[in-house]
Design a protein. Structure first.
Length: 285
């Protein structure tokens, strides 16, 4: 999984304040609610209703938005668009041409759309962004963006908005059993990982990245993930600080783990362990 830069963010004026669980304070939301959709948690089992989706294949990701299939399989060779994490809300806000997955204050995350290709190509042609995500030797034109970001391979791909403005990208996926073993987890555990970047450099250094990864980690854990991890390259102290601020801690050093700009770099496996987990462990001990 590639390292990520430390800024990020999103949101749009909806008239309904919806938190990450999809709940609207003060009663029912004014948005259209699709009662026919059965929310699926990260283990592939329905949370409500009697409908049951097909069992996901081993290592498959579960797409959290309406109409997405749950049995897509991640590609064996991951590229820059092959990483990230999130959890399905109790319902999905239905908007014309827009499917929001999560909202938290000014931050919003939605499913990637056809029109986002231009944003991605612009961001991933900027050397400032590529220095942290993808590599300056790997700029993405529109053709390559469409090849890498618009495919059904089990990766959940989303656009990040801040105050309604597209500013970045996040993707999330379930680790395969062999990756669990590499990271020191049981092969049967539900381990989810995320990758993200803020492509609009005017939004860097606002703390948006930390809010984004914290919200995503909480989103995953509340919908069945047993662990949420990421693996920034060790040289990327910018990303590591953002993760630590959000509640991630270093749990394993991964030598020569990631290729960036033609060089194999060491990485840190980081796991989301919020302060409340430490307090719970202390009270038990």
């Amino acid at each position: 999984m590639s390292s990520s830069i430390t800024t990020s963010g999103v949101s749009r004026d909806s008239g309904v304040d919806v938190n990450l669980r999809g709940d609207a304070p003060g009663g029912e939301p004014t948005e259209n609610r699709d009662e026919s959709w059965v929310t699926t948690n990260l283990t592939g089992s329905p949370e409500t209703g009697s409908a049951v989706r097909p069992e996901p294949k081993a290592g498959a990701g579960v797409a959290p938005w309406h109409g997405a299939e749950s049995d897509l399989v991640r590609p064996r060779n991951r590229d820059v668009a092959s990483k990230a994490h999130m959890r399905p809300p109790s319902f999905v806000l239905q908007r014309p041409m827009v499917e929001f997955i999560a909202r938290d204050g000014l931050l919003a995350i939605r499913k990637i759309e056809d029109g986002d290709a231009q944003h991605l190509s612009s961001w991933l042609s900027d050397p400032q962004v590529l220095q942290f995500y993808g590599g300056r030797d790997q700029p993405r034109d529109l053709k390559r963006v469409r090849e890498e970001f618009y495919k059904d391979d089990g990766i959940n791909r989303c656009i990040v908005e801040w105050e309604g403005v597209p500013v970045g990208y996040i993707q999330f996926y379930q680790n395969r059993p062999e990756e669990n073993a590499e990271y020191g987890f049981a092969s049967t555990e539900s381990i989810w990982a995320m990758d993200q970047f803020i492509g609009a450099t005017a939004y860097w250094n606002r703390g948006i990245g930390s809010q984004l990864v914290r919200d995503m980690a909480e989103y995953l854990l509340s919908h069945g993930a047993s662990h949420v991890v990421t693996d920034p390259e060790a040289w990327n102290t910018r990303a590591i600080r953002a993760y630590e601020k959000a509640g991630f801690v270093k749990v394993r050093f991964l030598p020569k783990h990631e290729c960036h700009e033609g060089v194999m770099h060491d990485s840190w496996l980081m796991e989301y362990k919020p302060a409340r987990d430490s307090a719970e462990r202390s009270s038990i001990n």
